[in-house]
Design a protein around this ligand. Sequence first.
Ligand code: ADP
Ligand code: ZN
Length: 648
Amino acid sequence: MTSPSARQILHDVFGYAAFRGEQQAIVEHVVAGGDALVLMPTGGGKSLCYQIPALLRPGVGIVVSPLIALMQDQVEALLLLGIKAAFLNSSITSEAARVVQNRLLRGELDLLYVAPERLLMPSFLALLEQMHGNTLSPSLNPSPDGRGKLCPSPSGGELARVQREGGNLGIALFAIDEAHCVSQWGHDFRPEYRALTVLHERFPNVPRIALTATADTPTRGEIVERLALEQARQFVSSFDRVNIRYRVTQKNNARQQLQSFLDSEHANDAGIVYCLSRKKVEETAAWLKDKGWDALPYHAGLDASTRSKNQSRFLREEGVVMVATVAFGMGIDKPNVRFVAHLDLPKSMEGYYQETGRAGRDGLPANAWLAYGLGDVVSMRQMIDNGEAPEERKRLERQKLDALLGYCESTTCRHQTVLRYFGEEHPGNCGACDNCLEPVDTWDATQAAQMALSCVYRTGQRFGAGHLSDVLIGKATERVEKFNHHTLSTFGIGKELNTTQWSSVYRQLVASGILEADSEAYGGLKLSAAARPILRGEQSVWLRRDADPAIHKAKRKAERTERTAKAREPFAGANDDPLWLALKAKRLALAREQGVPPYVIFHDSTLLEILNQRPATLDQMAQVSGVGQAKLARYADEFLNVLQEFVT
Ligand code: ADP
Ligand code: ZN
């Protein structure tokens, strides 16, 4: 009997034709017994990097994951692929845990997902040691040639297990997923992750593979240090999410803007809308629901059962919009999240990249949409200033916010700006961001900036942009008269711009740090040191010309019409194609029957390929990406029948 190669497993078990990017190199390295640190963006395909080696090496692959809520879905997906997987965490009864442990001891598992606190229990470590120690005879040591457990049976269909004495004993590898949880700087910090060095100490001959989608260098350093991965080979992929279209919209009426974004581009899609506060989450979810969207709220203030019910609906049903705080999302591996919208600013570029990264894990086009305005800048700055954090931490938070604001105001390629922040080069001109698709005009705003700044100065550095604009335009409002601002020299000197334009000037001056939001005086603006050279005429100021909302709307409409006509968009036309709807309905029915999310049956990309290829036989069906042997045996007939009905 020949041993299967990694390629064969990729094809037969997972149904994929080729490895992506670094996957093959990583798989080979780990199969040969090497440690690895894998940095790959969300959707890059990290799971295969440990799943395939776990199938090729003798013993069970132990996967450490903090995402208890998702383990069940992950395991169910593996079971449908014909992989013997199980999980252990606090969500299951001790009776169920005993059953899993017995299967582990009998060598009946290929992959075991465990929560870190469970793995670290002395009794569990002792159990692993006992099981692993029993196998440490030379013949069962990791074999670089990929001596495997799975191989296609001669009949070519079912997977047959290599019968070895004692079953699948020993530990094939440790995979440490979401490895950035060791970092105390990120908001996903898990103290137990730091104790995972025990794996290295007690199982020195078992390869470890740590994986994360967090890209920044300090976090990487911390992972290496905290997990004792100095000897591990590092595999760093490009962090460019080419299928995500980034867009930043200037706020005027954020809810309306959100609604028209959803209406025009995501009528039936699942997506996430992030808000800063719990209250806003509730209100926005209720509002969207009222407008006919299947919207649900999610934040840490909801009770556990509501949260898990909402999350499960988001995962298991199609087209649910989750309105959430950042409490939602880590490890949400729903592949067909088609958009991530921000109604408030994230705290940093890291946060923005991570949150938007939850869109389009399946590689199909997805949107990252952010609405942003002066009010956001002011309130974020105040939140930092008035927070409890020590001064050093606040300085760091301010820097991170500034980087994000720089991104929002940038007039160059968004993909380039995002990647540059993470230290990666990108040639720009991505063709998939607002700035590349609709280049932004800039204008010499030196004189306007001088007017805006001197108006701040003359009014005593304690008023907000609305009032300052009134003074500049020469509107004698009640408030203007109350403070005698109609008698100032700056009153009415800025009639050439309207309120929206002045607000844009003020927003950009605050975003670039030339003006500061006074944390005591309720959003009042004051001059920073950077204002001086501008007022003195020593420095010029160039600002972006914000798109006129009315023109913008018309343009979008035209664009939409054009887009629907273009076949390039994978979903264009598909959305109302009766065959597409029938395929989706079949998938949903199967998913309900089996109590799993629809994407666990087939991904959208697989379903789309079925739609486009129209396979007529089992052999043709087996050619579709995402259809492995187990799924072929289980589902092919069902979908072939649906296709049959549409043959005319
Ligand atoms: P990550 O954990 O890096 O976010 P996943 O492991 O969940 O990503 O993979 C993302 C998606 O890409 C999954 O749907 C997975 O099945 C798919 N995928 C991974 N590797 C390949 C491949 N070589 N060919 C086709 N699809 C792949
Ligand atoms: Zn671009």
